[in-house]
Design a protein around this ligand. Structure first.
Ligand SMILES: [Zn+2]
Length: 96
């Protein structure tokens, strides 16, 4: 299972940088993470509309909190804070 050695969010670039224990570094855009939020609310919204950009306006990362050893809770600038992103899920997210 992937595990992050370091998590950094840079307000200037709006990127989340993750250094994984396999030595790779991943940079994820805050707006992408907002669009891919895995919480039940966002999932059901995306099922009803294919226009993810319309239902999830661009937002940046306000805060990141660790959830146990398996995930990060990401707080977005639009006030949304229900997104729990498991490491496995983050690792599979690629930049669009
Ligand atoms: Zn969500």
């Amino acid at each position: 299972m992937p595990y992050p050695q370091a998590l950094r969010s840079d307000a200037r670039t709006a990127l989340l940088e993750i250094v994984w224990d396999d030595g790779t570094t991943q940079q994820l855009d805050g707006a992408l993470l907002r669009r891919q939020c895995p919480c039940a609310d966002c999932k059901s919204m995306r099922q009803r509309s294919s226009d993810a950009l319309a239902i999830h306006p661009p937002a940046s990362i306000t805060d990141i909190r660790l959830v146990g050893a398996y995930a990060a809770q990401i707080i977005f600038s639009d006030g949304h804070e229900r997104g729990i992103f498991p490491w496995v899920y983050l690792k599979e997210l690629d930049q669009e």
